[in-house]
Design a binder for this molecule. Structure first.
Ligand SMILES: *Cc1c(COP(=O)(O)O)cnc(C)c1O
Length: 364
């Protein structure tokens, strides 16, 4: 028997979440963002659930190739564009649309010998200062691109830094609109947080670019929850109890003995640790589900194991199911965002960190 830990990718959750996002997106088309191997889920595993999207957006040429191998003939967008000249050949061959965020990428296009002209997304740095042309340089970049025979169609793009927070998107929308008002081409502005929280600011946008919402995590947790946004978890990480210990008052658990029982209690030792992607930093008290009943971790997370408090589930035995995040067999959900918050991070990071050694299956 393989070690009893399993990640389950839920096709129905993707179908549901895509519909939930669409309900916020008006007439805009949807780029399903599947970068980072579909946020740790595996591109091949999410594909059936997300094939109802209008396009796939990602970063890696290798991942773009995999999307094409799955039979996707629709739009594919490279969110960081190309990294070197010869990447453009693959763009031509696989019909990939690509972001242009800097002068060097325009130089590469100008040097590229292509038969089919390219569709590009010209990115504005409207305030985040990560990628893109500053508003003052944007139109000259557009003019330069527009003069290239290698370029067929130019779409306009920006990205928000604060769509999930109090600053919102208004200043960046204003910067973008002021410069692009009379330029032709399709527009794409918002990520999940912008799409869910600021739909009014995205009116007139042709595409939205949700990622995390489709994976069933709230982009603005804890202000909102996944459930509050009507989203379902796309990934369950579950393992089984492999040992049970009876503790007496004063008995300690795990490395560093940093949990000490203040009375007699039973704990279960679970076949999941930080080498599986469960954050080592999660303290005693991080929520888990044991046979679908809420409980907590006790003691330090080690490489291959975690201990959990069996007090709420006296019937738990070796072999009992422990859900680290996602949906238990009885249907109860432990949001990944709750676990991430205990680790001082976001659901994104936990999904992306799911370890290679964890076997994964696709289910409904
Ligand atoms: C990752 C990314 C997104 C998706 O962001 P979420 O917060 O996961 O919705 C959208 N646009 C760009 C440019 C990105 O890099």
């Amino acid at each position: 028997m393989p070690r009893p830990i399993l990640a389950t990718v839920h096709t129905q959750a993707f179908i549901h979440n895509l519909a939930a996002v669409r309900a916020h997106a008006g007439d805009a088309r949807i780029w399903a963002v599947v970068k980072a191997n579909a946020y740790g889920h595996g591109i091949e595993r999410v594909f059936n659930g997300l094939r109802g999207a209008d396009g796939f957006a990602l970063l890696d040429l290798n991942e773009a190739q995999r999307v094409r191998q799955l039979g996707w003939r629709g739009p594919v967008l490279l969110l960081e564009g190309v990294f070197e000249l010869r990447d453009l050949e693959l763009c031509s061959r696989l019909n990939l649309w690509h972001t242009v965020h800097c002068e060097q990428q325009i130089d590469m296009l100008a040097a590229h010998k292509t038969y089919e002209p390219h569709r590009v997304f010209l990115k504005m740095n409207s305030g985040m200062n990560r990628l893109g042309f500053k508003p003052a340089q944007y139109r000259s970049a557009w003019t330069r691109l527009n003069a290239l025979p290698q370029v067929d169609e130019i779409s306009l793009m920006t990205h928000f830094s604060d769509a999930d927070g109090p600053a919102g998107v208004a200043a960046q929308v204003a910067a973008f609109t002021a410069v692009t008002r009379d330029l032709p081409g399709e527009r794409t502005l918002g990520n999940s947080a912008a799409t869910l929280r600021h739909p009014e600011a995205l009116i007139g946008s042709d595409w939205v670019r949700p990622g995390i919402a489709m994976y069933g995590s709230a982009p603005d947790y804890p202000q909102s929850t996944a459930q509050g946004w009507g989203l379902q978890p796309s990934m369950t990480l579950a393992a089984r109890i492999i040992a049970v210990q009876e503790l007496q008052t004063g008995d300690a658990v795990g490395y560093g003995s940093n949990f000490v029982a203040d009375g007699p209690m039973r704990i279960g030792v679970v076949a999941c640790g930080y080498a599986d992607g469960y954050p080592r930093i999660c303290p005693t008290g991080t929520p888990v589900l044991i046979d679908g009943v809420r409980s907590r971790t006790v003691g330090r997370v080690s490489m291959d194991m975690i201990a959990v408090d069996l007090s709420p589930t006296p019937a738990a035995v070796p072999g009992s199911e422990v859900t680290l995040w996602g949906r238990a067999a009885n249907g109860v959900v432990l949001p990944i965002d709750e676990v991430a918050a205990k680790a001082g991070t976001v659901g994104y990071e936990l999904m992306c960190a799911l370890a290679q050694r964890v076997p994964a299956i696709v289910a409904d």
